[in-house]
Design a protein around this ligand. Structure first.
Ligand SMILES: [Zn+2]
Ligand SMILES: [Zn+2]
Ligand SMILES: [Zn+2]
Length: 271
């Protein structure tokens, strides 16, 4: 862990980052099991959405930070050729964001080291409860258990020299962490960003933002709400994620303003 306090100008500085969206789907994934709608039946791979997760790669030798280990994490590792994981940042402990946790084991085997897992106290307490077998102190059997170090945070921290700022946002009554690295921010599973957290998103130039569907939802932004929030934050590029099966990549029901686009699995860019 590095310094707990970083000044705002320092936060804006980050080495070049390669961002990859590992999954941009809501909790059911898309297609939804048993659904015959046009998006679920679509042959466009951009409408095929694994559960939400992100990779941030940086540095030489390359370091890899993941945001969440989704229920599709193993498939994501194979599809996107993930060979190293230095740390995982958890947004919150809903099943779609953490159920791939056990699939960190191959990285323990390859790297012969524990993996740091960051998140709020509340999120990591839920992870511990949900995956009791990992943390129960019993000797591993068979394929073993992931070797993890839970690192609760509530302020800026560092991974391999990279400054990361957790930013609390609301997901219903649950507090969830968004994460900011330099001028990049990943903000998913939220229907409300408190003003103090909006201030922490000031100066973000590349934003990945929750947008579940067109109709309002009690715990997620709709596409229309996300467009409004994106315009307040003023990023040059905003990518909408955590999409459900009502959202057709090729035919959004509302016009997306310049600088706002829909995510798809595998969308990757350098910043
Ligand atoms: Zn979710
Ligand atoms: Zn459907
Ligand atoms: Zn959630």
């Amino acid at each position: 862990m590095g310094s707990q306090v970083a000044s705002a100008p320092l936060l804006r500085k980050a080495p070049p980052l390669r961002i990859t969206i590992l999954g941009c789907g809501t909790s059911t994934g898309v297609p939804v099991v048993g659904c015959d709608c046009a998006v679920c039946g679509s042959e466009d791979p951009k409408n095929d959405r694994m559960r939400s997760g992100l990779r941030i790669a940086f540095g030489d030798p390359e370091r890899v930070i993941l945001i969440d280990t989704s229920a599709d994490f193993r498939r994501q590792c194979l599809r996107f050729d993930i060979r190293r994981v230095d740390a995982v940042l958890f947004t919150h402990a809903h099943a779609d964001h953490i159920f791939g946790l056990d699939d960190l084991r191959p990285f323990n085997f390859r790297q012969k080291a524990d993996i740091d897992c960051f998140g709020s106290h509340q999120t990591l307490a839920s992870v511990k409860k949900t995956f009791a077998y990992i943390f129960d102190g019993q000797a591993p059997e068979g394929g073993g258990k992931p070797r993890l170090r839970l690192r609760p945070v509530d302020a800026t921290f560092e991974v391999a020299g990279l400054s990361i700022e957790p930013i609390p946002v609301l997901h219903g009554s649950l507090e969830v962490f968004a994460y900011r690295v330099g001028t990049f921010a990943y903000v998913t599973d939220t229907h409300e960003i408190p003003e103090a957290s909006m201030a922490k998103l000031d100066g973000v130039e590349t934003l990945i933002l929750d947008a579940l569907r067109y109709r309002p939802h009690p715990t997620h932004f709709s596409v229309q709400q996300a467009i409004q929030v994106a315009s307040r934050i003023g990023a040059r590029r905003t990518v909408l994620t955590h999409l459900n099966h009502e959202v057709d990549y090729n035919a959004p029901e509302v016009e997306l303003p310049a600088g706002v686009e829909l995510a798809y699995d595998g969308l990757s860019f350098d910043i």
